[in-house]
Design a binder for this molecule. Structure first.
Ligand code: MN
Ligand code: MN
Length: 296
C-alpha cells in the first residue's frame, strides 16, 4: 500500500512566462514511451508480479522501492508542465475569446480536455500506453530492460533540455538526470551481482556527464548521485545489499538514505476561471470550502 506526502521531491523555481511550446515538449518526459509514467508502471507491475520474491529479496526490494520514487517523478514533471502553462490564457469575458491566445499551441488537449494542465500523453499528444510495460517475469531480463529504459529516458531528458532554456523545465530535468543516474547505476549493479558482467562500465549513455549540465551539477555536488532513498517506513531495507560499495564516479560510496528526500513545497497555481479551473466562480468555491473548514 502507499502513503502520500504533499510535497515535491525538490522545490521548483517560480513559474515564469507561459511557455506552452516547451510544455508540449516536456510531455514526452511524462507520457512518452521513456517517460516517468513508463518507469513507474514498469517497476510497479514488475514488483506486483515477481515470483519467489522472498528468495530474491534484494532484487524485489530494489524494483519496488525505485517504483515508489518514480511516482514522485510523475508528480514533479506534471508540476513543471502546469507551471509552464500558468497564465497561458487570459481572464476576460467568455465572449471576448479568452482562450484564443493558445489556439496555436502545440498541444490543445492541455487546454481543451484539461484545464491548462498536464495530460497523460507524449509530446505529440499520443496517450501513454500499457504496452510500454515490459514484464517478462525473468528477473535478469526485466532488470536489463530497466537499465535500457533508464538510459532511453536519459537521452530524451537531455534532448528536452536542449530544446528549452525554461528555468522550471531545466531544474526538473537536472534533478531527474541525477536520479535517473542512480537508477541506471542501481540496475547495473544488480545485473553485475546476478551475472558478473560489469554493466556500470557502459555508463553514461549517451556519453556525456550529468555534471556538464549546471542544473544537474548542483545536485551531484550535494552527493545525490550516490544516494538511494528508501521510500518506506519499515520496508525495502534489502536495497542496501545492492546499493553499497564505491560509486562508479569514484567520489565516494553508495549510500542508502532511510526515508524520502526533504522535498519542497508544491506551488499553488492561481485559478484560471476563463477555463473553468477550478470553476467559473472560484471565489464561491473558496467560500464553501471555508465554511466546511470552520465546521471542523
Ligand atoms: Mn524517474
Ligand atoms: Mn528512474
Amino acid at each position: 500500500m502507499y502513503m502520500r506526502i504533499d510535497k515535491l521531491q525538490i522545490e521548483l523555481p517560480k513559474p515564469t512566462e507561459p511557455d506552452p511550446s516547451a510544455a508540449a515538449a516536456v510531455q514526452e518526459l511524462l507520457g512518452g514511451r521513456f517517460g516517468e509514467m513508463s518507469t513507474v508502471m514498469n517497476y510497479t507491475y514488475q514488483s506486483f508480479n515477481m515470483r519467489g520474491r522472498d528468495k530474491i529479496k534484494p532484487f524485489y526490494d530494489l524494483v519496488a522501492n525505485i517504483a515508489t520514487e518514480e511516482l514522485g517523478h510523475i508528480e514533479l514533471v506534471a508540476a513543471t508542465i502546469n507551471s509552464m502553462l500558468n497564465d497561458a490564457t487570459e481572464s476576460v469575458n467568455p465572449v471576448d475569446a479568452p482562450l484564443s491566445s493558445i489556439l496555436g499551441a502545440r498541444n490543445l488537449h492541455q487546454f481543451l480536455t484539461n484545464g491548462n494542465s498536464a495530460v497523460v500523453a507524449n509530446s505529440m499528444n499520443a496517450p501513454w500506453q500499457g504496452d510500454y510495460v515490459f514484464n517478462s517475469g525473468d528477473v535478469i531480463l526485466d532488470l536489463l530492460h530497466n537499465f535500457f529504459l533508464e538510459n532511453g529516458a536519459r537521452l530524451q531528458k537531455i534532448r528536452v533540455y536542449e530544446m528549452t532554456k525554461n528555468p522550471v523545465a531545466r531544474q526538473m530535468v537536472g534533478y531527474l538526470l541525477v536520479r535517473g543516474g542512480v537508477h541506471a547505476t542501481a540496475y547495473a549493479k544488480a545485473l553485475e551481482d546476478l551475472t558478473g558482467v560489469t554493466m556500470t562500465k557502459m555508463l553514461p549513455i549517451p556519453k556525456i556527464e550529468n555534471r556538464d549540465f549546471p542544473e544537474a551539477r548542483q545536485f551531484e555536488e550535494q552527493g545525490l548521485h550516490r544516494k538511494l532513498y528508501r521510500f518506506s517506513v519499515n520496508d525495502y531495507k534489502d536495497i542496501a545489499a545492492i546499493w553499497r560499495g564505491p560509486h562508479p564516479s569514484g567520489d565516494g560510496d553508495c549510500e542508502v538514505v532511510n526515508g524520502p528526500p526533504e522535498g519542497g513545497p508544491l506551488a499553488d497555481l492561481p485559478p484560471a476561471p476563463e477555463n473553468y479551473a477550478p470553476g467559473y466562480h472560484p471565489d464561491e468555491l473558496a467560500e464553501i470550502a471555508q465554511r466546511l473548514m470552520r465546521a471542523m
